[in-house]
Design a protein around this ligand. Structure first.
Ligand SMILES: Nc1ncnc2c1ncn2[C@@H]1O[C@H](COP(=O)(O)OP(=O)(O)O)[C@@H](O)[C@H]1O
Ligand SMILES: N[C@@H](CC(=O)OP(=O)(O)O)C(=O)O
Length: 446
């Protein structure tokens, strides 16, 4: 079986992490196709190399000297190389890069994080390095040309038997470098798995799989052992950052499962993500909880709105005019809300409200800002009545005011809007009452 193994920034942050990666790769001969991100944070408060390279771009844009910043980046690579006793001539290669840095494109500069990390890891693992610019092909609109990419990947695999590919970037046919969105090393791994028809796409990170809540909010959350692609997408879209939200598409379409594993604890079970999760007799109602802060809801009310054809469409066209994407549209009989990312409308909200007034002649419009959205996700919720009522009950008891509610069409998630200031507490309350308590009672029964 072919396994594609992607190691995230935290797994390649320093020499000691490289050693863990090597022992994982060498433990299984099926692990012949490796993807790496740029070295990430070594400790909390440290910098990811990708962020430092973005900062290099900003320096160049504002004509500020970035020599010491480049030295800091170079030193991270030198330290890894020296501690592992590798030969790669970092100083020479880095000088070639930094001496012309101001003439390079932002994409090229940022991609060097994965490029140099990949060079070091390829030498350390003793496998060939393949430049993502030579295999991952982008269309000019930023989407991936899967056919061309598959041809390049298969050629390289046939030629080399196995290789290391830096994540996060590729290039158009004319050689212009392009980046995926942040966290896009996960997408590279998924594309590689698809092109090789892998049996599994392993995603190695610094937590033991997908956790039922963000570990920065809930202490020691339970790990989810099985999750569906739909559930995973809902959670990662709403901030469970362990897997980039777009990363499921390339593998899902061809039925390749994703396995999330912990580089720091390889024997931990981790999470398997598939189209469907095996049904067990006693399964948890809620799979996981995730959320994000700083949304804004614009509530429009007009009597007999439900009889007026095209009303919501006209409202949406206002947002389209301002280039603002709409996250949710909770609706009532004579009212609806439009929920958007606060940052997307920070300079235009007054003009948008004005345009909505002119376009819709509503009875009232009010704007709620500092809204946090929490997505409570569970494939089993659709089969059990009264879940939302119970969630509202526990939040009510904790004195948390729910400002908005909406449900996904497949009924696998309930999205709640609360004040930013109640965000962390609401997640903890839902976690304690629905996840932790269920685990405890299921453990007792088993
Ligand atoms: N529900 C969740 N489950 C697991 N991790 C989560 C969750 N929500 C947020 N995270 C965060 O995601 C981090 C892993 O993602 P990321 O930093 O992109 O890792 P990597 O560097 O391996 O790519 C974890 O360290 C954790 O802090
Ligand atoms: N290095 C890129 C791509 C990536 O996937 O990184 P990570 O595996 O550290 O999330 C980023 O920081 O966005």
């Amino acid at each position: 079986m072919i396994k594609v193994s992607k190691f995230g920034g935290s797994s390649v942050a320093e020499a000691s992490q490289f050693k863990k990666v090597k022992s994982i790769v060498k433990a299984d001969p099926d692990r012949r196709f490796i993807v790496v991100s740029a070295a990430g944070k070594r400790f909390s408060g440290d910098n990811k190399l990708t962020d430092l390279l973005l900062l290099v771009n900003a320096h160049i844009e504002y004509h500020v000297d970035c020599t010491s910043l480049l030295k800091t980046i170079e030193q991270r690579f030198v330290d890894i190389r020296d501690e592992l006793g590798l030969k790669y001539p970092i100083e020479e290669k880095f000088e070639e890069f930094s001496s012309v840095v101001s003439s390079l494109s932002p994409e090229y500069i940022v991609s060097r994080g994965e490029w140099f990390t990949g060079q070091l890891m390829a030498e350390y693992l003793g496998i060939p390095f393949v430049d993502a610019a030579d295999v991952i092909v982008f269309h000019h609109d930023g989407t991936v040309d899967m056919e061309r990419t598959a041809t390049h990947v298969k050629d390289a695999a046939a030629r080399l038997g196995g290789f290391l590919l830096p994540g996060f970037y590729g290039s158009t046919v004319d050689g212009t470098l392009k980046l995926f969105q942040r966290g896009g090393g996960d997408i590279t791994g998924a594309i590689l798995a698809r092109c090789l028809d892998a049996g599994v796409y392993e995603n190695w990170t610094d937590v033991s799989g997908f956790l039922a809540a963000d570990p920065r909010i809930v202490d020691n959350p339970r790990s989810i052992h099985r999750i569906t692609f739909d559930e995973m997408r809902e959670l990662s879209y709403m901030g469970a950052s362990v897997l980039q939200e777009e990363a499921i598409f390339p593998v899902r379409e061809v039925g390749i499962p994703i396995q999330i594993k912990n580089t720091n604890d390889p024997s931990a079970q981790g999470t398997v993500i598939r189209e469907t999760a095996t049904e067990h007799e006693r399964e948890h109602l809620i799979t996981g909880i995730a959320g994000k802060k700083d949304f804004m809801a614009i509530h429009v009310q007009k009597a007999h709105m439900s009889n007026s054809v095209g009303f919501v469409r006209r409202a949406l066209s206002v947002f389209e005019r301002y280039g603002v994407s709409v996250e949710h549209i909770p609706t009532g009989v004579d009212s609806f809300g439009i929920v958007v990312n606060g940052a997307d409308v920070k300079d235009t909200i007054y003009s948008i409200v004005n345009d909505l007034r002119q376009e819709l002649k509503p009875d009232s419009i009010n704007v709620i800002d500092s809204l946090a959205l929490i997505s409570v996700v569970g494939r089993n919720m659709s089969r059990r009545a009264g879940t939302s009522g119970r969630i509202f009950g526990v939040l009510g008891e904790a004195g948390i005011n729910i400002r908005m509610i909406t449900q996904s069409s497949q009924e696998i998630s309930i999205i709640l809007g609360v004040n930013n200031s109640d965000f962390a507490r609401a997640i903890k309350v839902i976690y304690d009452n629905f996840v932790e308590s269920e685990y405890v009672s299921l453990d007792e029964k088993n």
